[in-house]
Design a binder for this molecule. Sequence first.
Ligand SMILES: *Cc1c(COP(=O)(O)O)cnc(C)c1O
Length: 405
Amino acid sequence: MTPSITQYLSQRRQQPNGEPLCAYLYDLDALAAHARQLREALPANCELFYAAKANPMAPILETLAPVVDGFEAASGGELAWLAERHPEQRLLFGGPGKLESELEQALTLGVECIHVESLTELQRLAALGARLGRRVPLMLRMNIPLDGMPSTRLAMAGKPTPFGLDPEDLPEALALIAEQDRLDLQGFHFHLMSHQLDPRVQLALIQHCLRTVGDWQARFGLDLSVINLGGGIGVDYRQPNRRFDWPGFCQALRQLIDEEPMGKLRLRFECGRFISAYCGYYVMEVLDIKRNHGEWFAIGRGGTHHFRTPAAQDHDHPFHLVRSERPPRLRNENVTLVGQLCTPKDVLARRQPIAELAIGDWLVFRHAGAYAWNISHQRFLMHPAPEQIFLRGGTAFSSPVDEAQ
Ligand SMILES: *Cc1c(COP(=O)(O)O)cnc(C)c1O
């Protein structure tokens, strides 16, 4: 836990008790520092965008806006939210199954680039560009073969998926672009896999993308300015103190850029999880401790309807225990940490060794700033939403859920 989080929790302990605590905490100063480090380590001709779907809450975006090169929207809803709150930012628009109205919205807003997912979408954009009399800045998102390179647990390419164009369709797409002067091909987009924990594999994938684009440029005589290498840098929930070696990765990337014939091509990253995961914490106060058929359970206030990440990723989520002053109800036991839902799937971590535990203690789950609250089935069972507390510059403010998104 960062000092700000620890300090907030100890202050909170001093306050007279209301309802048991159930809250998300976000350390915005830690977020800003982390994002700045990521941005500054990148080689000169690289850009870092934030994929807002990882966590689009207003204070998160406000913190990141001055640090990153821009935001990526994966739906019309995100696009409207980002454009309204950050009209000055560079915006990218991707995602499968875009509505025609969303494509029009993107063109009218003047987004920097639309990531095209299919031939149909390209045709829709050609028609829209002609109707609106607007240039259509675009990238073709490609699903390329990965030639046996190691995959992660979540791959969007190298096998049949709904994402991107099959390279077999590339000649047809390029022919359409060539005959429609409104369509402006800026480059290619690759978001191949998520949960990447190995910098060497990520570099090998990048090299593969660069060479593939090099081949296409030579074969089709293309004049491109950017390659979008997607996001996908992972967070190691199973070994929470280990981090993807971003400085080492950037150093090797610099070398790769020197070695490959890049010309004037820029490289763009659009990371989500790796940027915002570490700043967030989900806190559940222990409501009950019980033994059932030989196994100990701690029931916390909240659950997977607030924090679906461990259930979605099928892991035991890392946590800190913040003890109350009460005498322990158990010592040196393995305890399964669950929430308040009437389903056996409402588990955040199984059989965790715990030295001492009492009702009133706080379970503080780390790495909960990305794909956490916003991927959870929040309405299930009609429990209230958790508090949303943001820490910045030594002060805490809370943001009503609807306003923060
Ligand atoms: C989700 C997504 C991202 C961000 O992925 P992370 O794993 O959070 O970095 C980037 N680009 C596209 C196209 C995505 O769908």
